[in-house]
Design a protein around this ligand. Structure first.
Ligand SMILES: Cc1cc2nc3c(=O)[nH]c(=O)nc-3n(C[C@H](O)[C@H](O)[C@H](O)COP(=O)(O)OP(=O)(O)OC[C@H]3O[C@@H](n4cnc5c(N)ncnc54)[C@H](O)[C@@H]3O)c2cc1C
Ligand code: SF4
Length: 337
């Protein structure tokens, strides 16, 4: 490993003031340190932001929740307010990594973890994300677990990577807002909106500018309805999603859907909000046929690669089955709820 300097930031202004070219912020280190060992990340300076006083989970005056960026994944998943009002978020967090990693991993670091594309993690291979212009071996190579939506296969700087965070999928469905501080100003970035599709700049995972620090994630008041996080993976634990879905639905006494939110993981360079599904479900009868049609409406946009077409079927069935399962928790039309 190359040598680097280490400093511990006291708070956000201190962290931002310490940032200079070659700096990386350090959260729990469960992703960054692995990438440093592999030679994929080569920072000259580490600014540790995991001990800043931003580890609280607090109700907001507007009825939502503010989660500090330094809060540990395990603590957030176990927090009573998260479990009671945002169970989808607790489930998403608990489905990720292992207990030990969740004890270390922070909310800010989880959002900014890098792709698990095998070529990105192997410095002996070309990769447009790691070395722009070197090529993307995944397009014709090992891409079984890579993107089916919003990728840039065929473009000059192709990238078909997926974003690995489970938590980010739930935050995307919940309309979370990410609070960020930079050297010039602070700003709030809505989700979806923090993570980018690769476009012609696959080396940029997010819309953050160099030196911008995530300080908190804010959730609006919990939407009414029933919600779930479902993750399909190759084994029951310690595995990233092949496809995941965060879904919420609220159905009236007349059997008509009032609200529907759906976000997908494992299918794109960013957590994917399924707006076409949502539009097809909201205002329609909450039936299996509606859910199947609505899932088709989203997946019609998919452009699978040679060996990941299975994900189109998987995502489609996962959306439809999760909405159906949630709808079954409501009383049939005409009955008291
Ligand atoms: C074996 C294994 C299995 C895993 N399985 C899953 C899984 O199934 N699902 C899942 O979602 N995740 C999984 N993970 C990933 C894990 O969730 C992440 O490694 C973790 O969330 C990263 O958080 P961290 O605080 O350790 O981040 P770090 O490793 O410290 O940082 C990650 C990135 O975020 C940046 N950063 C950190 N904090 C901030 C901040 N406040 N502002 C700006 N930038 C910041 C760092 O510079 C770095 O680029 C797994 C990891 C391992 C090792
Ligand atoms: S998919 Fe993206 S991360 Fe993977 S090799 Fe291609 S450019 Fe690199």
């Amino acid at each position: 490993m190359r040598s680097f300097s280490y400093a511990r930031a006291q708070d956000a202004p201190d962290a931002v003031a310490r940032f200079r070219p070659g700096t990386a912020y350090l959260g729990g280190g469960t992703n960054l340190v692995d990438l440093m060992r592999l030679g994929v990340a080569t920072p000259d300076h580490l600014v540790d932001v995991s001990r800043m006083p931003y580890d609280r989970v607090e109700p907001t005056s507007g009825g939502g929740l503010r989660i500090g960026a330094a809060a540990r994944n395990a603590d957030v998943a176990a927090h009573p307010l998260v479990r009671e009002h945002y169970p989808m978020l607790a489930r998403a967090l608990l489905s990720g990594a292992s207990g030990q990693i969740r004890n270390m991993a922070t909310i800010g670091g989880n959002l900014l973890q890098r792709t698990r594309c095998a070529y990105f993690q192997d410095t002996s291979m070309p990769c447009n994300k790691r070395a722009p212009g070197s090529g993307c071996p995944a397009v014709d190579g090992d891409h079984e677990n890579l993107a089916i939506l919003g990728h840039s296969a065929g473009r000059e700087l192709a990238c078909v990577a997926t974003h690995p965070s489970d938590m980010a999928v739930a935050l995307t469905a919940l309309d979370a807002q990410v609070h960020v501080t930079g050297s010039q100003a602070s700003r709030v970035i809505p989700m979806p909106g923090l993570h980018r599709l690769p476009g012609s700049e696959p080396y940029r995972d997010t819309v953050l500018e160099p030196g911008e620090l995530i300080t908190a994630v804010e959730l609006p008041p919990p939407p009414p309805g029933r919600s779930a996080y479902r993750k399909v993976r190759e084994r029951a634990s310690f595995a990233f999603a092949l496809v995941s879905v965060a879904a919420l639905i609220d159905i009236g006494d007349d059997g008509i859907t009032r609200t529907c939110r759906v976000a997908l993981g494992g299918v794109a360079h960013a957590p994917w909000r399924a707006f076409f599904t949502e539009r097809a479900v909201a205002g329609a009868a909450a039936t299996a046929e509606t859910f199947a049609r609505a899932a088709d409406a989203e997946l019609a946009r998919a452009v699978p690669l040679a060996r990941n077409g299975y994900k189109v079927t998987l995502a489609r069935n996962l959306i439809a089955a999760t909405l159906e399962e949630l709808a079954s928790l409501f009383s049939p039309p005409g009955e008291e709820r």
